[in-house]
Design a protein around this ligand. Structure first.
Ligand code: CR1
Length: 826
């Protein structure tokens, strides 16, 4: 690994030491209570203390950020710009305390003031500016970029409302607005003077200038301003801090002046509101983009403001444009910000007057693209008409990129005329669509998938034509997670136990966890390991009792399925097995010997009927089972509402069995799978995404894989998969499906869940739930048997943790830095 904690590198700012004593922190908190928050220092409430502590940490972060920026600037380092429509940072307080090395000081300062750190930390409400894995990955990567001291910047949108707050009411998901800014922002700086204009709509004017050049400009455009909001991401104890810059939409000043001229005051204010709507809300769809105009506006809003920032910084250097790729790399997190490619072309050609060839040469050396999904419905396309209306000049540029690209392809594959239609940036059929993934591939020098398996699928099927055209662009970067948040912070006692045995280096070099292996045979270590895990389970059991009013046994097997609800993630397969267990308990008491607690959590996109229906089914099954006296402690089913980073941090350290059971070939990577295994949970999963690499690292004997392989899924489909066959052959499965369809779990509405069963039996079972049912049941039995031998289970658990070093986001980001970005730590 490259530079780790380069704490020895002195910054040139006259800076305060990294750790200030508790007393000075306390004085800072009190000062903020009084002067920033305007409260009486005699008896501040807990929320006030939380905010004052956050502000005190922000003071320290901003000092280090300024110093880090000066370092980057003075070294003239190549910069990485990570563009993402989503970031899911989770609560900041603990992470910042750990990174700054101030945990003990904060605890002491707060105790002195009569508060507990845990209680104060619970006051924080996390910014939910992402849907799931993709946004959380972006945040793990920023954490690692900071820890590796990379000259990097995160760029995203400052949504006023993040992912909705999920309530479960009478078993159903209900969405509530997530007003995360309600309590003010204590971590960020709003730069109200720091704005860029973003221009949409209008018409392209073509004209010839004095030098006889053909020029293009946009007339009658609508202008909205993008205002920067900066949040700080510290590296782990290395005095290095990065910036995540989120843009908020503001109306333009000219607009405000025009209020007075038009006389239509209210009308003008209405327009102002419309402008500021752009950054109002995060689209809550995970892997199924909603083709709404506002969403395309959001994408361009992020891109336009960010490219202006990048270009502004580059101009200050006063060097030639062809040096841009040597000094900058722009990473596209999925295709969502891919309109950055025509936007940079537009600036270079229309404004900087470079030739097309010069500009294109620069572009394809500047952009890199990560693909995160192969689901056909997730591949982003935009109606050409919409594009033309909103971004007329960009559409022209896309057409020109396409014309030249197809020209080259025709020459490269003269005998395959059909390839042109397949790779065109514009799908031409009854209606015309702009294909964003094609744009991203053609405009980037690197295209990567997020697990070895997924990257192979990209080359072999989804982007096979492009792989033939640009084989050198394709590569793999298996995802990773930050061990600071996903072990040190969320599981402090386990982290402490580990550090006690192998020292703290694992925090920035996760491969060090290997050193735990010799202890798997030590009885004392075993005992301590299992005690910590049991204590975590007790805490989660308490939370479940508080929130759901259900008493669960901490000694039972905690079987956890938390992630977004999507049919391909197959929460339905899990619940079919739960029902099968229930039936066994009822029909032959004594046949089920391992008590289990099933924990589900996750949000469904508000417009995704089947996903929401499955949530409802789980809650109905939970109610039936939890209230059936014959079941007792053998089986409990819990749905925890509003799954988010904060909740994940509670659940993961208390999990025994981690459910990662997507249909093979559909989960690009998964990152939850890594978080669980790192914390010593055992995986039950399919041969999909990063599960395969987890198996390679932890050993096939230390997890439970089952089910069809990707190629078997494809073969079965192409041979005409018949789910009914499985129904007819398997009496246990048949009983389960008949109960659901017959209203067993919905006695007052017997037909309620019939359509769930229909989707399996009569509509093709697209996700092969029935095909995998039997092997899942067997593997679940293996897991239960293994759990009965607690010593053997403990061993598996420790081996999982000790062998997960590869899955650190430090490793992943280091690979991006070396293989794609060509940058190193400052
Ligand atoms: C994938 O489904 C992956 C994350 C992060 C998701 C998941 O398997 O771990 O990305 N894809 O790479 C996604 O959100 C829009 O696509």
């Amino acid at each position: 690994m490259t530079s780790q904690n380069s704490g020895n590198r002195k910054s040139r700012l006259p800076e305060a030491p990294a750790t200030r004593p508790a007393e000075s922190l306390k004085q800072d908190i009190l000062r903020h209570v009084l002067y920033s928050l305007g409260r009486d220092t005699e008896r501040p409430d807990r929320q006030t203390v939380f905010r004052a502590l956050a502000l005190s940490l922000r003071d320290r972060l901003v000092e280090k950020w300024i110093a880090s920026q000066r370092d980057i600037y003075s070294r003239s380092s190549k910069r990485v710009y990570y563009l993402s429509l989503e970031f899911l940072p989770g609560p900041f307080l603990r992470e910042n305390l750990i990174a700054l090395g101030l945990e003990n000081e904060a605890r002491e300062a707060l105790t002195d003031m009569g508060f507990g750190l845990d209680d104060v930390a619970d006051e924080e409400y996390e910014p939910g500016l992402g849907n799931g894995g993709l946004g959380r990955l972006a945040s793990c990567y920023l954490d690692s970029m900071a820890t590796l001291r990379l000259p990097a910047y995160g760029y995203g949108i400052h949504y006023a409302y993040g992912i909705f707050y999920q309530l479960i009411k009478e078993g159903r998901q209900v969405e509530r607005a997530d007003n995360w800014l309600r309590g003010g922002t204590h971590w960020e700086f709003e730069r109200s003077h720091y704005v860029h204009p973003v221009r949409f709509y209008g018409q392209v004017r073509e004209w010839v200038d004095e030098q006889g050049r053909l020029r293009h400009s946009l007339e009658n455009a609508t202008t909205v301003m993008a205002m920067a909001c900066d949040m700080f991401i510290p590296g782990h104890k290395n005095d290095y801090v990065l910036n995540m810059r989120l843009w908020a939409a503001k109306t333009s000043r000219e607009f405000e002046f025009s209020f007075f001229n038009t006389g239509d005051y209210i009308g003008a204010v209405e327009e102002k509101i419309r402008d500021e709507n752009i950054s109002m809300v995060l689209y809550p769809n995970d892997e199924a983009p909603e083709g709404k105009e506002l969403r395309l506006k959001q994408q361009f809003f992020l891109v336009s403001a960010t490219i202006q920032d990048i270009v502004r910084r580059f101009r200050k250097k006063g060097i030639a444009w062809d040096q841009l790729p040597r000094k900058n790399v722009i990473h596209l997190n999925e295709t969502h910000p891919a309109v950055a490619i025509p936007e940079l072309m537009r600036i270079l050609v229309d404004e900087e007057l470079l030739t097309w060839e010069e500009a294109w040469y620069i572009c394809v050396r500047t952009f890199a693209y990560t693909n995160h999904t192969v689901l056909p419905e997730a591949l982003e396309v935009w109606p050409e008409d919409l594009f033309r209306r909103l971004l007329p000049r960009h559409l022209q540029i896309i057409h020109e990129i396409n014309r030249r690209f197809l020209h080259d392809v025709r020459r490269q594959f003269p005998n395959d005329p059909n390839i042109l239609g397949r790779v065109s940036l514009v799908h031409e059929g009854e209606s015309r669509w702009v294909r964003m993934s094609h744009l991203a591939i053609v405009g980037s020098f690197s295209v990567n998938g997020v697990s070895a398996h997924h990257s192979e699928i990209l080359k072999e099927s989804v982007f096979h034509d492009f792989y033939k055209i640009f084989p050198e662009r394709f590569n793999n970067k298996t995802n990773g997670i930050t061990p600071r948040r996903w072990l040190r912070q969320c599981n402090p006692t386990l982290a402490w136990l580990i550090t006690e045995h192998i020292g703290p280096e694992w925090l920035t070099d996760l491969a060090q966890l290997k050193k735990l292996e010799p202890y798997v045979n030590s009885e004392g270590f075993h005992r301590a390991w299992m005690e910590v895990r049991l204590r975590n389970k007790h805490k989660l059991a308490e939370y479940i009792r508080d929130k759901n009013g259900i008493t669960v046994m901490p000694e039972s097997l905690f079987d956890v399925h938390v992630k977004r609800f999507h049919e391909y993630k197959r929460q339905l397969l899990n619940v079919l097995h739960v029902i099968a267990l229930y039936n066994r308990i009822r029909s032959s008491p004594g046949s089920v010997t391992v008590p289990r607690t099933y924990i589900f959590g996750g949000k469904a996109a508000p417009g995704y009927y089947m996903a929401k229906h499955i949530i409802r089914l789980i809650n109905s099954v939970a109610y039936t089972i939890n209230t059936d006296p014959r079941v007792g402690d053998l089986l409990k089913v819990v749905f925890l509402q509003n799954y988010c980073v904060t909740l994940a941090e509670r659940i993961i350290p208390a999990t025994d069995l981690s459910e990662q059971i997507s249909t093979a070939g559909m989960e690009a990577s998964g990152t939850g799978n890594m978080k669980f295994a790192l914390n010593g949970a055992i995986t039950i999963g399919t041969h999909d995404g990063a599960n395969i690499e987890i198996m390679e690292h932890v050993g096939n004997e230390n997890l439970f894989l089952f089910g069809l392989l990707s190629h078997e899924v494809n073969e079965m489909r192409s041979q005409g998969y018949n789910p009914r066959l499985f129904y007819e052959r398997d009496s246990e499965l048949r009983e389960v499906l008949d109960m659901i369809a017959g209203g067993f779990f919905s006695p007052s509405e017997p037909h309620l869940f019939r359509d769930v069963v229909e989707s399996l039996l009569n509509h093709g079972d697209r996700y092969m739930v029935l095909a995998d049912f039997r092997s899942y049941v067997y593997r679940q039995q293996d897991a239960a048997n293994a759990f009965m031998d607690q010593a053997a289970w403990a061993r598996m658990s420790m081996l999982n943790t000790s062998r997960m070093g590869f899955f650190s986001s430090d490793r992943a980001v280091d690979e991006y830095a070396k293989d794609i970005w060509g940058v190193s730590g400052v």
